[in-house]
Design a protein around this ligand. Structure first.
Ligand code: UT7
Length: 325
């Protein structure tokens, strides 16, 4: 039976120019390169300049994705931006990106699911394309987490970075079986009982300030391994694939030890897990599309390959998307 699937046509990425190393951070907080590498796997991250906004990073990533897809911006009818660090409380960063690209038709809005934002945004876009309401979507993950870090808190400020990634999705008729190209499965979950473990201590409706990120790293780590493994297993059961049939896992990049732990739990070789963490840090909603773009550049994904993306973040929120390239 013919069905509509959301096929990934192109991927783009953009990182601010300024690179901050672990040694640079050791000059502002009591930390060492050794501690950061051993506990997280991060060696450096990109940090946006004062004049670089989340929407600027998103526009640059989207432009590259459109060029690589061979699609004109005016043919995009849906723009979704996953971000927890919007330029302004409103309008939505997605609308600013839409405007920056010269698109005046269709719809644009933000999705807020913190580090799971890209998985949520892909899920929303996929459902719109499958329903026939839109035909070509730009899904962007863009963040300037440096703006919400407490630069005196060594337990968090060493972990995050700024950047943006984008994909172009297009509704295409497929056969309706698991060999189809495009998004084959999406799963999103949330549970607000864990808010105190990872949150920002401000906001327009509570403190009238932006606030700073606060995290109980050890507890978040424990939940991340559990919840991410769970959602991967759900995805594999739903689609009938074995863990080693997936060509590439493209996880949210929070901690190398989490990714190693998941590889071990699934029994898959670590070279099937895309890792960009060492040079990007945790870029929240941008981390998966940034890693996807790196995977394309390194020829790790090409047409026909099965790619499983997954994330967990503040909320808690978590989820997974399985797609055939
Ligand atoms: O993207 C959203 C999801 N986020 C995550 O998945 C993050 C999950 N958590 C983690 O990645 C890890 O828990 C961290 C990397 C944040 C921390 O690693 P850890 O092995 O859990 O360390 P810890 O928090 O238990 O801290 C161990 C020690 C503490 O000292 P004491 O209490 O043992 O004396 C910390 O004060 O390390 C200390 N510490 C540091 N030392 C040097 C914390 N931050 C630093 C630092 N440099 N930057």
């Amino acid at each position: 039976m013919a069905v509509i699937r959301s096929v990934i046509r192109g991927v783009g990425a953009h990182l601010p120019k300024r690179v901050v190393t672990n040694d640079d951070l050791s000059k502002i907080v009591d930390t060492t390169d050794e501690w950061i590498v051993e506990r997280s796997g991060i060696r450096s991250r990109h940090i946006a300049g004062d004049d670089e906004l989340t929407s600027d990073l998103g526009i640059a990533a989207a432009r590259q994705a459109l060029v690589r897809a061979g699609i004109d911006p005016v043919d995009i009818d849906l723009v979704i931006c996953a971000t927890a660090t919007p330029d302004k409380t409103f309008p939505a960063t997605a609308v600013r990106i839409q405007h920056g690209l010269g698109i005046t038709k269709g719809a644009a809005f933000d999705v807020q699911a913190v580090c799971s934002g890209f998985i949520y945004a892909m899920t929303v876009a996929d459902n719109f394309l499958k329903s026939g309401q839109f035909v070509r979507a730009l899904v962007i993950g863009a963040e300037t987490f440096s703006r919400i870090l407490d630069w005196s808190d060594r337990s968090t400020c060493v972990l995050f970075g700024d950047g943006a990634g984008a994909v172009v999705l297009e509704a295409q008729p497929q056969h309706g079986n698991r060999d189809d190209r495009g998004i084959l499965s999406t799963t999103i979950r949330s549970d607000g009982r864990f808010e105190d473990l990872l949150y920002v201590d401000g906001g327009p409706g509570s403190t009238k300030t932006v606030g700073h990120l606060r995290m109980n790293g050890r507890e978040v780590f424990r939940h991340a391994v559990q919840k991410i493994s769970g959602v991967i297993e759900e995805t594999l059961v739903a689609t009938g694939y074995a863990a080693d049939e997936i060509d590439l896992y493209v996880p949210h990049q929070a901690n190398a030890r989490i990714l190693d732990g998941i590889a071990k739990k699934l029994g898959v070789s670590p070279d099937k897990i895309m890792m960009t963490l060492s040079r990007h840090g945790n870029t929240s909603a941008a981390s998966i599309p940034l890693a996807l773009a790196a995977a394309v550049d390194e020829h790790k994904v090409k047409e026909g390959k099965l790619v499983l993306m997954e994330a967990m973040g503040g909320g808690f929120t978590w989820g997974a998307v399985l797609a055939r390239w």
